[in-house]
Design a protein around this ligand. Structure first.
Ligand SMILES: CCCCCCCCCCCCCCCCCCCCCCCCCCCC(=O)SCCNC(=O)CCNC(=O)[C@H](O)C(C)(C)COP(=O)(O)OP(=O)(O)OC[C@H]1O[C@@H](n2cnc3c(N)ncnc32)[C@H](O)[C@@H]1OP(=O)(O)O
Ligand SMILES: Cc1cc2nc3c(=O)[nH]c(=O)nc-3n(C[C@H](O)[C@H](O)[C@H](O)COP(=O)(O)OP(=O)(O)OC[C@H]3O[C@@H](n4cnc5c(N)ncnc54)[C@H](O)[C@@H]3O)c2cc1C
Length: 572
């Protein structure tokens, strides 16, 4: 992802060529079609955009309005934007960079609509980069961040493409217009599942970047007096600074390990799907949607905590933190808006809960739902034991899933339609799904630190980091654990004191833990996070390069300030 994020320079960007357009060809094209387009894309002999979202629809893919109508007389699809809201809107690179796009459109053949499918459309000339006939293109204008990328718009006025430009790995349209069903209608969405999985890695990278900047700066920055008359301490000596930064540092590692699991799961399940076994698709969708939502939301919040922990210089673009925050904020919306994605995970959990109620033994990431005892067994727990902490998170998640599902069943028993019952319980469902993903991240973190092949001294540090992450989650969500008495007030107090001990335990290794991310200054792009720690000299050099400092007296003085001052003085 980091390599893909490189743009070719202001105003044009090929991020989405790498992370969405090319993978769509890999995942949705037939072998014949791959021969035609994949190498061109991999060699950047063509540049592509992934054009799915429209001005009027991003989340609700089945509501997309762009049409692809098959004309058997010419064996072509006619791509059309029938309304203003059907204008493709947001795709990265669509405005000025891409000369091709995979366009998601409602497929019509023989007068019937078969839902959204992907089509390869050339949008600009390979000779002079002018838009192709019938295609209107442009940039959507400045955004919160990532303005190096030309997120664009596209309209299609009855643009004709050959039948062979429909990506036909799963569904097909024969020459006579016959539609051939795919093994699952959701296979057209499989590239979104893949991309959501990569967002977990991007979240880990973004949080790793932010914690590297903030931890290093917190060792350079000295401020205030811990004891009267003593030298100003490094701000990382303050427990409050450790409480801000170390849980984010732990989350970066937790999400990094979760992305390993996601990548492995995606590979194995898509491998089985290639052999026709679709059984893993539902869990893969639920896990990728939930992890994408959870990790990007925690990351965006965590980067802002890091920014605030760096004081005024954190607010400067010199820190690199505002840009990171803007990028991470994008990850919360793009590739499936976070709320909608977490609801997808909730939908899967409710389904699994019903199956376990009917006696089915659950497996995979939801196995704990059938294993966890509904009645809590209170008692003094060893809150520094990873097994105890994992069990607590699984109990919390199982209780919340059960509560949300039973609440929904209750609404339906009162006569509400399923959809209305769903909507009136959706806040509970979201919280239950978040608890589920949180418990997965904790369990996966604990299993990884116990099994990863590292030196025992490194394992000890990673174990402390995992304890810190888990104890922070329990103290931040104490109510969820206290609700049914599974944890007692005494347990929560023990968790808080262990957390304080873990902050002190991690402190000596904090710089080593961020250096381990091995983020070059060129990638970090932060004066505060420089490997050499020479912050102040480079902050001054950075400021001097500000465009405003090109002249001693800025032209705005002569245009606005001078006349304004003069007229005010004249009134004295
Ligand atoms: C830690 C170490 C670090 C080391 C460091 C190394 C280097 C560091 C480098 C540092 C660099 C720093 C990094 C910075 C990062 C920040 C930078 C970011 C920059 C910004 C870039 C942004 C990129 C943008 C890319 C985004 C591209 C896009 O957005 S493309 C468009 C995406 N759009 C969507 O996702 C649409 C979402 N909507 C949908 O998917 C669907 O509409 C829906 C799922 C919501 C609903 O679908 P539908 O209505 O059809 O289904 P529904 O009725 O809900 O359910 C029916 C059943 O179908 C099942 N289902 C649904 N979807 C799927 C699916 N995909 N797969 C399988 N099944 C599915 C569903 O479960 C239902 O099943 P049942 O319950 O069984 O019925
Ligand atoms: C930086 C960036 C890059 C992007 N790149 C691309 C790209 O390359 N290609 C592409 O096709 N798209 C791209 N997108 C578009 C992106 O995929 C959509 O913005 C995203 O899917 C959200 O859809 P939306 O904008 O329609 O939001 P909406 O769905 O309209 O969200 C608005 C609100 O409605 C709520 N909501 C919607 N549906 C429900 C529901 N069922 N239940 C509860 N609440 C609901 C949401 O939670 C949210 O709070 C990009 C977006 C960004 C920000």
């Amino acid at each position: 992802m980091a390599a893909a994020l490189q743009t070719l320079g202001g105003g044009i960007g090929i991020t989405l060529h790498w992370i969405a357009f090319t993978p769509t060809i890999e995942q949705q094209a037939t072998e014949e079609q791959k021969k035609k387009w994949l190498k061109l894309a991999q060699d950047v002999a063509i540049v592509g955009a992934y054009a799915q979202t429209e001005m009027g629809h991003g989340t609700f893919v089945r509501g997309l309005e762009t049409t692809a109508t098959y004309d058997p007389s010419t064996q072509e699809f006619v791509i059309n934007s029938p309304t203003l809201t059907s204008t493709k809107w947001w795709p990265g690179g669509l405005g000025k960079t891409a000369n091709h796009a995979t366009v998601m459109a409602q497929l019509y053949t023989r007068g019937k609509c078969y839902g959204p499918h992907n089509f390869m459309v050339q949008i600009r000339s390979l000779e002079n980069h002018q838009p192709c006939p019938g295609v209107t293109l442009g940039d959507i204008g400045p955004k919160m961040e990532s303005n190096g990328n030309d997120n664009g718009f596209a309209r299609f006025d009855h643009v004709r493409i050959p039948r062979e430009n429909m990506l036909m790995k799963f569904a097909r349209v024969e020459a006579d217009g016959t539609y051939v069903q795919p093994p699952s209608s959701k296979l057209a969405y499989s590239n979104m599942v893949y991309l959501r999985g990569t967002f977990v890695m991007s979240a880990a990278q973004a949080l790793a970047s932010a914690t590297t900047i903030a931890v290093r700066y917190s060792c350079v920055r000295r401020q205030s007096e811990m004891k009267p008359g003593e030298p100003e301490p490094q701000i990382l000596e303050y427990q409050t600074q450790q409480y801000k930064l170390f849980p984010q540092l732990a989350a970066a590692y937790a999400f990094w390990f979760a992305s390993w699991f996601m990548t492995q799961q995606h590979g194995s399940i898509t491998g089985s799907m290639e052999k026709g076994d679709m059984s893993g698709l539902a869990e893969l969708h639920a896990l990728s949607a939930g992890l994408k939502s959870y990790t990007t939301a925690v990351t965006a919040r965590g980067i802002d905590v890091c920014r605030m922990a760096c004081g005024g210089h954190g607010y400067s673009h010199a820190s690199g933190l505002p840009a990171l925050f803007g990028g991470a904020a994008a990850l919360c919306t793009a590739e499936g808006e976070n709320t909608v994605m977490m609801l997808q995970t909730a939908r899967y959990l409710v389904k699994c809960f019903a199956q376990s109620q009917a006696g089915k033994r659950l497996t995979g990431t939801v196995a704990y739902l059938s294993a966890v005892q509904p009645s809590p067994v209170a008692g003094n727990r060893n809150m520094s034991d990873l097994g105890t902490l994992v069990a607590a998170f699984q109990h919390r998640a199982a209780r919340m899933v059960r509560h949300a599902a039973m609440q929904m069943q209750g609404e339906m028993q009162k006569g509400k339609a399923r959809e209305d019952a769903w909507n009136s319980c959706s806040v509970l469902l979201i919280k239950a799904a978040e608890a589920h993903v949180h418990s997965f991240v904790v369990r996966n973190f604990a299993e990884t630190v116990q099994t990863v092949e590292v030196d025992e001294s490194v394992r000890a540090v990673l174990t402390s980091l995992c304890q810190l992450y888990s104890l922070y989650g329990i103290t931040e969500h104490a109510g969820d654990f206290l609700k049914d008495g599974y944890l007692t007030g005494r347990d929560i107090d023990a968790a808080s004191s262990h957390l304080s001990a873990m902050l002190a335990r991690v402190r000596p290794d904090a710089v080593a833990l961020v250096d381990a991310f091995d983020l070059h200054d060129k990638i970090l792009r932060s004066v505060l996070g420089r490997y050499d720690g020479r912050v102040y000299e480079h902050l001054y050099e950075w400021a001097k390069k500000s465009p405003l400092n090109k002249s001693e007296v800025h032209e705005s003085y002569y245009k606005y300030l001078q006349p304004f001052l003069k007229s005010n003085r004249a009134k004295l």
